[in-house]
Design a binder for this molecule. Structure first.
Ligand SMILES: [Zn+2]
Length: 128
């Protein structure tokens, strides 16, 4: 279990990472808008609805897609904080080392479980 101080610190790290990601996504979308002239991208930027993964997939913005995957992982982490399960591996239940959470606040698995999950997925990347 994480103590209150650590949890607060990690929660702040999550929020920072989330803000940085959103900024990154917006910048990449704006760049894509320049190239493609797609009005759909305008709507995406205005709406701020980055969960609209279908549109992002349709636009073939692989980099943005990866960011969106991480953004969703951050949402999951936040929900786990609310549920009081953050910091425990989602698969085996072991406490995830704080150093790992600090490096990657969206982590929901311990390193061995994450490695297994990635080899199951076959690509080394999370899938949408
Ligand atoms: Zn595990």
């Amino acid at each position: 279990m994480l103590d209150e101080t650590t949890l607060t610190r990690l929660e702040a790290a999550l929020a920072r990472r989330r803000a940085a990601l959103e900024q990154e996504i917006r910048a990449k979308l704006a760049a894509a808008r320049e190239v493609t002239g797609s009005e759909a991208i305008d709507q995406l930027i205005e709406g701020g609805d980055y969960a609209n993964a279908d549109l992002i997939a349709a636009l073939d913005l692989a980099e943005v897609q990866r960011d969106v995957v991480e953004l969703r992982a951050l949402e999951v982490a936040r929900a786990r904080i609310a549920a009081g399960t953050y910091g425990a591996c989602a698969e085996c239940g072991v406490d995830i080392p704080v150093a790992r959470l600090e490096a990657y606040p969206a982590a929901i698995r311990c390193t061995p479980c994450q490695t297994r999950a990635e080899s199951r997925a076959g690509t080394g990347h999370s899938r949408l």
